[in-house]
Write a protein that binds this ligand. Structure first.
Ligand SMILES: Cc1cc2nc3c(=O)[nH]c(=O)nc-3n(C[C@H](O)[C@H](O)[C@H](O)COP(=O)(O)OP(=O)(O)OC[C@H]3O[C@@H](n4cnc5c(N)ncnc54)[C@H](O)[C@@H]3O)c2cc1C
Length: 418
């Protein structure tokens, strides 16, 4: 029975929780947990599936004290803080994060819990920047987990299954600037034949396609740290891409106002790494998303094979984005143990049609080792998802140890076998 009207950001999910609690202090949080039969924490609600749902108490940390403390080469933040709020304060302290997702609107805790990523051959996902975390478990115990601790690589990407994360400490580096350029219509055959060279064109590269053509992709976005040299124009010519003659939005038909500045104009890292500005609705708003993370060496094969579904994909699609990530050692990270490529789909908000199409996409990408993004829509069965993670049983043991009464279990976790 639904007793709250609380929805996720995309509006495709009404949480099934009986109540929403917004504790203001650690004591109030412990009291909420002590009373809860089942509970789940929500961040900024940007997941497209029921990962953050519960039949019990939905806990929002939005009213807990907001903390952003830059200490030496790290920043300690309260869990509900958004990346977009941390960034200016870091910049004032002369520091920066090494990576951001396509939007600055998401909470640090929610992003880290799901292995959220940006793009870059040499940049790992956002969870890999976590140096320490404070976790309140179901019985109200407060645990500090730090890089180097045995449980740490299991606990960082936790899918909400271990408890309430109240604080995170992230790696920072000296402040830097980024400039981005957009190129139109690179030829698919050349992009796939030179995939490694194309994704090495910048620190962070995205290839966008709407699957409207099997000959050319839509856009190539290249973000480079400043100072940078000349871009490899010979490669740009070889793949048939043209410099964009004005600002671009990745989604066909959407005005580029919401996009971060392009045309190689340098700016702060947090105003260039995300595609979208904090003050605007990111992406299209009316949408759903799915994404599959593949071993890097299988990506070109996967993209090529997906072209055979173009006529089924295109009518449901706003845009597809292809990005790269460096491997990490976090047990449930989609990039665990392998350099990865994410093939991401932004869909029109027609969930039945998307769910009907996904098994055909998954039939192509699953045999190539795809792991679905934890926060987006997928239909791959739980046993297949688990088989992709060699530390799965270790994570289950950690979950049973930290949440023996299963307070944080929900339908999503049960479906994947947790
Ligand atoms: C427009 C848009 C663009 C996106 N772009 C990207 C992208 O570039 N790259 C990418 O990888 N993903 C992207 N995503 C997906 C998004 O990053 C993830 O869904 C991420 O989890 C969102 O964080 P959130 O705080 O909104 O999470 P929520 O949906 O609120 O929660 C996600 C999970 O985190 C848990 N959680 C949240 N806070 C806590 C806490 N304090 N303690 C314990 N558990 C907690 C929840 O229980 C749940 O399991 C995008 C989503 C949207 C809507």
């Amino acid at each position: 029975m639904t007793t709250t009207d609380e929805r996720n950001w995309a509006g495709n999910l009404v949480y099934r929780a009986e109540r929403l609690a917004a504790p203001k202090t650690q004591e109030e949080l412990s009291a909420v947990l002590a009373e809860a039969r089942r509970a789940s924490v929500i961040g900024t609600r940007h997941c497209f599936n029921d990962i953050a749902d519960t039949t019990g108490t939905l806990i929002s940390l939005a009213e807990m004290p907001r903390e952003i403390d830059v200490v030496g080469d790290a920043v300690r933040v309260s869990a509900g803080t958004r990346y977009g709020d941390i960034a200016p304060q870091l910049q004032r302290a002369g520091r920066a994060l090494g990576n951001l997702a396509s939007l600055p609107h998401i909470s640090v805790a929610g992003a880290v819990a799901t292995g959220t990523h940006g793009s870059g051959d040499r940049i790992a996902n956002l969870s890999a920047a976590v140096r320490a975390m404070t976790l309140v478990t179901a019985d109200g115990d407060v645990r500090e987990l730090r890089r180097g601790d045995d449980d740490f690589p299991g606990a960082v990407v936790h899918l909400g299954a271990l408890g309430v994360v109240t604080h995170l400490e992230l790696d920072t580096e000296p402040d830097y600037e980024v400039a981005q350029r957009v190129f139109d219509a690179p030829r698919w055959a050349d992009v796939l034949a030179r995939f490694d060279e194309v994704t090495a064109l910048g620190d962070s590269v995205s290839i966008f396609t709407a699957f409207e053509s099997t000959d050319v992709a839509r856009q190539l976005w290249v973000k480079r740290r400043v100072p940078h040299g000349e871009i490899d124009t010979a490669l740009i010519e070889r793949i048939g891409a043209r410099p964009a003659d004005g600002p671009r939005h990745p989604i066909p038909g959407v005005f580029p106002d919401a996009c971060s500045e392009q045309n190689d104009v340098p700016g702060p890292w947090f105003e260039r790494l995300p595609h979208f500005r904090l003050a605007f609705t990111p992406s299209v708003g009316e949408e759903l998303q799915s994404e599959y993370l593949l071993p890097r060496e299988r990506a070109a094969e996967a993209i090529d094979a997906l072209q055979t579904l173009s006529s089924s994909i295109a009518p449901l699609l706003h845009v597809c984005e292809i990005r790269t990530m460096k491997a990490d050692d976090l047990w449930l990270s989609p990039a665990h143990g392998r350099d990865s490529v994410g093939i991401h789909f932004t869909w029109h908000r027609d969930e039945p049609a998307v769910r009907e199409l996904l098994p055909r996409i998954e039939a192509i990408v699953a045999p190539l080792g795809a792991r679905p993004h934890w926060g987006k829509i997928f239909t791959m069965p739980g046993d297949e998802v688990r088989s992709r993670y060699d530390r799965w049983e270790d994570f289950r043991e950690l979950q049973q140890r930290l949440d023996p009464r299963g307070i944080f279990r929900n339908a999503y976790l049960e479906r994947v076998g947790l």
